[in-house]
Design a protein around this ligand. Structure first.
Ligand code: LXE
Length: 644
């Protein structure tokens, strides 16, 4: 095929085109959020049950239980761990936490441990307590000791640093808390709000896991250790150079019921004041990764937040009646004031300032709800949209509000200027629909392809036949579709693969762009496609010969001003090589260029057993005013050359 490229740009590439969608689906707690202990504060559990003790185990005959304590550490955290040392025990007695399917232990890394404790009744013994990182077979890698006071009947916080002298060979490790059995015979201690953090991205307190945050290139006091910790698997999100961050969901914004919706003001402030909540993915969210952490994260990675506000609908398909929306609209107003308000005029903005960020955060986009095309949501979205939109627009007229139902179905008033479209489909669907936006009217309406992914190769039932990991077929299908998003980025202002992150085993959704376990982040084929687009977004779109609609071969051409670069993206979904001849209308064109190619067998995938099965390969190719490139079967290529 011959591709004639035009030299006159059709439109600028929006600065927000390629970004990230995030919600906690085994991706926040235990994932991006760096807390290493699971069930650290017994949030939303029933005291006295074994489930309340999940992830905790007794050591050497200790008696442990979760109790509804009085006094509680806080109204947000009413449950405590009660440790009773039985009589007749000698040696270390206590309990341990097994983390999120394990804990990675790296020598030389300073782990920050903390917990609250009190003694129910005063006694003379002041007892040492040892906190240690050790294998499940008892090998101690590092520990720290402090003293529990026998007169400490009110809650007090203990902080320790553990710097292991050796690394564990796997993640089958625990954090153990032990006291001497003999001297503590018959005594009781109450504990709560445990925490264990490795060094975090940019060293932020209560921050993000460095490897999932790319980190490593951040100068800080552990630069040697940091490099070691991240050397083997740092990369990920910052390397995508993402332009936006949509959060907190997705389903997890909505909650199953009104009561379990994402309540922004319960996710900020000291951890001991955050109650946590049952998320929509079958586990309790600690909300340690909360609104303020998300906003700092957007700043750290220079991303535009796309902030979802709860819009009166829960996934048990309940809608708040129109005459009862007031408090929830006010909740959204207070949320937005927390993000951008004036601390001198608004108490929620003042809370932001008190947390250390007096200046407003960056915010342009607010999404009203999530997927209001599911269940009974469409029947109530017209009034929910109208009330949220009218009140928020009156309060914050400069923000852009995104609707989440299907466009004009139902008809909404006022008519939305921004829509969030989602699609989960097969690889074939994606290349067959790469022209989706070509025919959309150019009437000022803008589109956010807020969630898309090829999730199955079984068109008859994609939902029950999921790919465990992205593969070459899914990634190249997505690449074809993305050339269409790029071509139509005059009306498509943002797009994100979803979901972003998921645990390799303890997950609720596959495929994910990134998979992780307690040790490693795994980079999928789709991750490389996202990166190859995002890093090479360019500044303006150059029209060219249109690919055959519904065909297997797709391309798009952009111009990057710096360096006079022409960037050609080619997705070949056929099982045969495709030859493309490019005619470039420039006076001077470099005789060589680079071609970064991701290719492999249709089912080839990166996974824990073969994490680097498929990676992009860059080579030098011959280019010129007219040149031919042979696109390998099942491949995505980014060609970069110079022309002016
Ligand atoms: N069901 C998908 C759509 C919803 O918005 C997300 O929470 C889910 C995973 O990305």
């Amino acid at each position: 095929v011959t591709v004639t490229v035009e030299s006159t740009p059709h439109h600028p590439i929006p600065s927000t085109l390629w970004g990230l969608m995030f919600e906690d689906i085994s991706s926040g707690d235990g994932g991006l959020y760096a807390e290493l202990l699971k069930n650290r504060a017994f949030q939303k559990v029933t005291p006295g049950t074994s489930a309340a003790l999940s992830n905790w185990a007794a050591i050497n005959g200790a008696s442990i239980s979760v109790i509804a304590d009085t006094p509680a550490l806080s109204s947000a955290l009413p449950n405590s761990l009660s440790l009773v040392i039985p009589s007749g025990k000698t040696g270390p007695v206590g309990f341990s936490n097994s983390g999120f399917s394990g804990i990675k232990v790296t020598a030389g890394t300073p782990y920050k441990a903390s917990f609250f404790y009190r003694v129910p009744s005063a006694r003379s013994l002041n007892s040492p307590i040892t906190v240690s990182l050790q294998s499940t077979s008892g090998q101690v890698f590092g520990s720290a000791t402090t003293t529990l006071s026998g007169s400490q009947t009110s809650w007090t916080k203990v902080e320790l640093t553990i710097t292991p002298s050796s690394s564990a060979s796997n993640t089958n490790n625990v954090l153990a808390f032990t006291v001497d059995g003999a001297s503590n015979s018959g005594l009781t201690y109450n504990f709560n709000m445990f925490s264990l953090f490795p060094p975090t991205f940019k060293g932020r307190a209560n921050g993000m896991r460095p490897d999932l945050a790319q980190a490593c290139r951040v100068a800080n006091s552990f630069s040697q250790v940091y490099d070691h910790l991240c050397g083997n698997f740092f990369k990920a999100l910052a390397d995508l150079k993402p332009s936006f961050w949509r959060f907190p969901g997705g389903n997890n914004l909505e909650g199953d019921t009104t009561e379990t919706r994402w309540i922004w003001n319960e996710t900020i402030g000291p951890l001991e004041t955050r109650p946590g909540r049952p998320g929509t993915w079958g586990y309790i969210n600690t909300d340690g990764l909360g609104l303020y952490e998300y906003l700092l994260w957007c700043e750290d990675l220079d991303m535009e937040p796309i902030l979802g506000v709860w819009a009166g609908y829960g996934l048990s398909h309940t809608s708040v009646p129109e005459n009862q929306l007031g408090p929830y609209i006010q909740e959204a107003i207070d949320l937005i004031n927390f993000v951008i308000g004036d601390p001198a005029k608004n108490s929620f903005a003042a809370r932001r300032a008190a947390l250390g960020h007096p200046a407003p955060f960056r915010l342009q986009y607010v999404e009203i709800g999530n997927e209001d095309f599911v269940g009974s949501a469409p029947s109530t979205y017209p009034y929910r949209w109208r009330n949220f939109y009218n009140t928020l627009t009156a309060t914050f007229p400069h923000l852009k509000y995104i609707a989440t139902s299907h466009q004009n179905n139902p008809v909404l008033s006022p008519n939305p200027k921004f829509w969030d479209n989602h699609v989960y489909q097969t690889p074939n669907w994606f290349y067959q629909n790469a022209h989706q936006y070509d025919s959309y009217p150019r009437d000022g309406t803008q589109f956010f392809e807020g969630e898309y992914a090829a999730i199955s190769v079984v068109p008859s039932d994609i939902w029950n036949n999921r790919l465990p990991y992205p593969n070459i077929a899914s990634a190249v299908g997505e690449a074809a579709y993305m050339t269409g998003l790029e071509r139509n980025s005059d009306i498509v202002f943002a797009a994100a693969y979803a979901p972003l992150i998921g645990h390799t085993t303890d997950n609720q959704w596959t495929p994910n762009l990134l998979a992780h376990d307690a040790d490693t982040v795994y980079f999928s084929t789709s991750y490389y496609v996202q990166k190859m687009f995002s890093v090479n977004a360019g500044d303006s779109y150059l029209p060219s010969t249109l690919p055959t609609k519904g065909g297997t071969l797709h391309w798009s051409v952009v111009r990057k001003n710096s360096g006079n670069q022409i960037i050609i993206k080619i997705a070949n979904n056929a099982v045969n090589v495709e030859s493309l001849t490019f005619d470039l209308p420039f006076n001077t064109v470099s005789s060589t260029g680079t071609a970064e190619v991701l290719t492999g067998a249709a089912a080839a995938a990166n996974n824990p057993s073969n994490p680097n099965a498929v990676r992009p390969v860059t080579s030098t190719i011959s280019t010129g005013k007219s040149f031919t490139y042979n696109a390998p079967a099942l491949s995505f290529t980014v060609i970069i050359l110079t022309a002016y």
